[in-house]
Structure formats: structure tokens, C-alpha cells
Design a binder for this molecule. Sequence first.
Ligand SMILES: [Zn+2]
Length: 550
Amino acid sequence: MNRLFLFLAALLLGAAPAAADILVENVNGYTLREDGRLARFQAMWIGDDGKVRQLFEAGDRRPSRTAFRIDGRGRTLIPGLIDAHGHVMGLGMGALLIDLSDTNSLQEAQARIRAYAAANPSPRWIVGRGWNQERWHLGRFPTAADLDAAVADRPVWLERVDGHAGWANSLAMREANITAATQAPQGGRVERVGRNPSGIFVDNAMSLVERAVPPALPVTRDRALARAQEILLSFGVTSTADMGTNAADWETMRRAGDLGQLRVRIFSYASGIDNLLAIAGTRPTPWLYDGHLRMGGVKLYLDGALGSRGAWLKADYRDAPGQRGLPLLSDTELKNQMSRAAMDNFQIAVHAIGDAANAELLSAIEELSDTYKGDRRWRIEHAQIVDPADLPRFGRNSIIASMQPTHETSDWQMAEARMGNERLAGSYAWRTMLQNHVPLAFGYDYPVESPNPFPGLAAAVSREDAEGQPPGGWFPAQRLSMEEAFAAFTRGGAFASFAEDRLGTLEPGRFADFIFIDRDIFANLDQRAVRETKVLETYVAGRRVWAREN
Ligand SMILES: [Zn+2]
């Protein structure tokens, strides 16, 4: 009797939500409508296919019989958020590896590394990320000697917070066969102390050390993907673009999908043409695993980041005369690679941060649009520093601006140092993008920034950082309304990955991907209150996939 009961209960719990309809009622519900305006609802009917069947306002007639009912207890319900630019495996691996992103000084970082080495005797290579000499107020890059002072008897390799530079200790350089004679490859730079490499390797030069790091084992990668999904769902992110999927990433995602362990929906963009052709072949893949995974395009890099002065600028860096950053691809290489992907109807997403990189990419898209017509949704990733003269060019070919609001609030002081205020009028220009009818898609570029979308929403509406700096916002004319910012974090991300017919809103026919949150973000909250929003429960296709523990 008891066993039979348990068996039936397990059957119901395991199979029922996907196989029967659900009424979610007593909620303070919001979604966006086709016209971009906010719609409110009190109840939502979800079909047995995991899609929204109908929304109900007060007084609407509800279905009298549904298999399941969920009482929302008056809490605020919104669509699951979509991150338009993240790095899924980077997030998961980062969560397993040493993380220096919250260290405030070199000394603190050294102590962290020493403790990690003691607590983790294997693997032998100590790998991590997140250091930022700006945050440490170091006034210079750290060196191999700084790292040797923490750990000298095991190789150590640590990526900068933006992923555009790496820091090696002496043993790591020795195992990578790096000597005074080592030259940086094209698109890279080896920092030196006199003739000797200092331990810092910028952009393409990072490969000099990376190739000596033993690859992660599949079991570690599986753990990393599980961890990444847990983190994303805890922040209410139900779908994400993965910007730069390689073969090992794809295999990890497929292993999870085969086992029914993909909970977050992933829009995959292959890391470069070789991965694209090896993984997807001759066309975008179909949606796999009930709409949880699809490779639709390719991610290319045209330049680096502002922090490491790798962003490609039209004029010299103000704080480094003679330097303008580097294009990572020649004009011909860029157009050849874009053509190769476009001819097989893949979507193209290109990283461009500096004003020279954005101008070059806009020209390439304008030229290729003559050949590759139709609904292409060319994507410019970051579009951070744009010459105001180039801003209207985004609208002409319906180019998607894939931007990260928290980059603005994290970087504005550094951007002023690198560029000077007078050259920043077209920077992080969200309002101008919308005025030019440019589709906006927002993300966090995690793990560069935490994937928590609420600081991103707060940044988008205020252009103030967590401390409220600068008061009133940096270039405040570029602030967005909460509805506009929310659209870029939901519908915008779906549109940017050709998924707006299935995701991004809770209109009938879309997947019931939604979250309960602890406050009403549309009730004119102070940006600090928006920033602190907590997700209570996360649902994908009507199924609860994460809940906060009390
Ligand atoms: Zn990125």
C-alpha cells in the first residue's frame, strides 16, 4: 500500500506537469505586448505542451477544470529573462575555478591564490580568472614575480576579468616554453620587463600559455554546465545566447540534452568558422531537446576590450599616445569569414568595441547585404564606443545592437580615462539606438559580469552604478524606461536569436518560461531597489526548475 502510494506520487510529480494543463492564478503578472506596451494579468493557463494558452485579467472567465493549479499568492510574475550575450561554459568553469573578481588588492589576490592551492592539490595547473589591476589601484599590470610570491611550485595561469589578457607565473611560462626570444603572434602583445616577458599576455598572445594548459576532462565540463545552469536559473535567466561555442562545449551540451539535463535554453553561436562548419555543418541546426538547444550562427571577434587597450580606435588612446588597439582580422579576412557563414544562412555576430572596429564592421555589413539579402539579423556584439556619425548606420540594415548595460556602469570612469569625455558621445548609446530603430538585445557578457539581470535593468534605467555614481547618471540622455530595458532583456534577446515566435513574452503560443520575483519592478522603484530584486522561483515550459531555499 505504502509502496504503491509512493510509486503513484512519483509518477504524478515526475510526469504530470509536462503532460497536463496548469492554471497559475492569483499573480501580479506582467508581459510585453506586440506593440511594446506592458500588459498585466492575474492568471495564466498553460497547455500540456508547456506553452501559454491564455492570460486572464480580473473578472475574465477562467477554465473550470485544469489538471493542476498553482497559487501565486499575489506575487509578481514576469517572463523569464534572456541573456543575449553570455559564455555558458565560461560561467560554469569559472564557478569551479579560482575567482579573483572580488579582490580589491594584489595582496588579497595573492592570499586567495595561496589558499586555493592549499585546498586544491589537483589538477596540478592552477587556472582561474577575474583579476583587474584597475580595481586593485595597482597602476600597472601585475607580473610573474607577483604570482610566484603566492605559488611558485605549480604552474598558475589567470585570465583578466575581461578575458582579454592572461597572467602567468614563472613555472607556467617555463612549461609553455616562453623565453626572451618569444614573439607575440599577430593581434597579440607580450608585456616585457626589459627583454623578458613580464608574465602578462594580451589578446592573441594568450594562446602562447593557454596551449600548455591541460584540457579539462569531460566530467569536469559536465559539472561546469550543471553549475552554470543553476546560477542562471537562480537569477531568473531561462534562455541565453552562448557566444562562442567550441566542439567540447557543444559535446557537453549534447551530453546534458541526451540525459534530459538541459534546463536553460541555449542559443549557440559557434566560436569561429571552423567550429561552425564542424558542428553545425551546412545550415543552422534545428531546435533540439524540446527547444533547449540550437546552433544558429557564428561569433567572430574584430577587436579586443577597452580595459586592456585592445579595443580598436579611430584615434590614439588618451592615456597611451601612439596606441589605437588592434584589429584581430584584416578587412578581407572579416568579409571572407562573414560570407562563408552567410552563404549557408547562418546568423553572424561580431564583437566590436572600439569606434574603428564598429565603423569597419558596419561597412562590411553594408557591402555584404547586397549579396546576402532577406532577414539576416546581423549582430554587433557590445557596440560600446561608436562614432556618433556612425550611429545611424546601425538602423539602415536592421543591425541588432547586442549590448551590456552593466559594462557602462562598471566602465565609465575607465572609458573617460582611455578616451576623454568629448569622444564618448556615442558610447553605450542605448537611447540613440532605439531612436534609430535599432533592435536592442541586452545581456551581461557573463562571466565578465555576473549574470544577475536586475543590476542590468537598474543600470539601463539609471546609468548609475551600485553606489549611485554618477548621481543622475552618466550621459543621462541615454537612459531607458523600465519597459524599454525589460524589452531588451526579454523580447529583444529572443528576436536577436530568431526565437521571438516561441520565447520572450507570455503571449499565447509562447513557451511558459517565467519567474516569480520578490518585488514589483514596474512600480517605479528606486534603481537600488530594482538592483536588489530576488528571484523566488523559476519555471521553464511550465515546469518549476529552480526555487529559492528559505
Ligand atoms: Zn563575450
